[in-house]
Design a protein around this ligand. Structure first.
Ligand code: 13P
Ligand code: SF4
Length: 337
């Protein structure tokens, strides 16, 4: 329970009316009456604590459009985390994103609203697994998706996100790389580069559930449907897509087609993505099959408020691990600047 009075008072209404205008297409007014006191309290407390809220594109609209200071894909969140001069970072996303923010900001306080917000990819591999792979393939560089623990990053040569994986593997210019842990992202990268890819069998529990047959069914029903898919989807799903990219790449692609006549878009990704993007493009019709990420959905306005009140839950990384993990993240950021 919050210690702050959470009534919808006239003052709260005044403070939040302009914010509601940003979300009125995706949040009904009756629902806003519940969110508004939290939004006002969080925004006040952020100033007191000199805190920023970084929110991933899969956060619900009442977090994404009202209390977040920085929104984006994993790459944007890592880059912006490295630039902030706030004392406190609240990461509305999942645990590996908060660890990455901590790695690039060792002296700042990094908080997560719910410690249980994990990731099936991060849980699919350990540091010991990476050491075994290095023994098996001596001299082959280890490229690690940012969706991993700090311990796994520490065993890696360079990190990547879905937004820069192809670019970084190309830039390495080597005949073979070990690419961990997402099998489908590894296959997608292999299809876009000349390097041979040694993959792991990790999967995103959200994107692995889409099927090519689903997409074909939607295409039968809808003429001129534009299909945009995340590269964590299986290869046969990606083969059906018009565009494949990170969540930021997906949003940018929608921006590029929004001027077309009656654009209809199928986003093959997590559910909040279409909610968040659609708030900006009222003329684009979003066809909405989607899968929820239970980890991303652990974040709520009430938990963010509690996090700022109590300064919990702080994310820390063992300094001996952090120094090596940071090097892999910094190498990625250097490629992306
Ligand atoms: P990006 O936002 O970096 O594309 O990642 C998607 C994802 O699943 C993050 O957990
Ligand atoms: Fe992990 Fe997939 Fe959820 Fe992203 S959407 S946090 S990759 S389980």
């Amino acid at each position: 329970m919050s210690l702050i009075d959470l009534e919808l008072t006239p003052d709260v209404e005044d403070e939040t009316n302009a914010i509601f205008e940003r979300v009125e297409r995706v949040i009904p007014r009756v629902e806003w009456a519940i969110h508004a006191p939290y939004v006002a309290a969080i925004n006040r407390l952020k100033k007191e604590r000199n805190a920023v809220i970084l929110a991933h594109n899969y956060q619900v609209p009442e977090i994404y459009h009202t209390v977040a200071d920085i929104v984006g894909d994993s790459l944007a969140l890592a880059m912006k985390a490295a630039e902030t001069d706030a004392d406190v970072i609240v990461l509305a996303g999942v645990h590996f994103m908060a660890e990455t923010a901590k790695l690039v900001n060792p002296e700042k306080t990094v908080l997560v609203p719910d410690l249980r917000a994990g990731c099936s990819l991060a849980e699919s591999i350990t540091a010991a697994d990476v050491r075994l792979l290095r023994e098996r393939y001596p001299g082959v560089p280890v490229v690690t998706y940012v969706n991993t623990s700090a311990e796994v990053k520490a065993e890696s040569d360079v990190c990547v996100t879905s937004g820069n994986a192809v670019q970084i593997v190309e830039a390495l210019g080597v005949p073979r790389v070990i690419f961990l842990p997402d099998e489908y992202l590894a296959k997608y990268v292999a299809s876009q580069t000349k390097s041979e890819i040694i993959a792991w069998k990790g999967h995103c529990e959200v994107h692995e559930r889409f099927t090519a047959a689903d997409i074909r069914r939607y295409r039968e029903d809808e003429d001129n449907l534009v299909v945009i898919a995340h590269p964590e989807c299986p290869p046969d799903v990606l083969a059906e897509a018009d565009y494949v990219g990170s969540t930021q790449g997906m949003a940018d692609y929608v921006d590029g087609i929004a001027h077309r006549r009656h654009p209809r878009v199928l986003l093959i990704t997590e559910c909040s993505m279409a909610d968040n993007v659609s708030a900006k493009y009222p003329d684009v019709e979003f066809v909405r099959p989607c899968n929820l990420c239970p980890h991303m959905k652990r974040n709520t306005l009430a938990k963010i408020l509690r996090s700022l009140e109590t300064m919990e839950y702080e994310v820390t990384v063992d300094p001996a691990v952090a120094v090596r993990a940071r090097a892999a993240v910094e190498r990625m950021l250097a490629y992306s600047r």
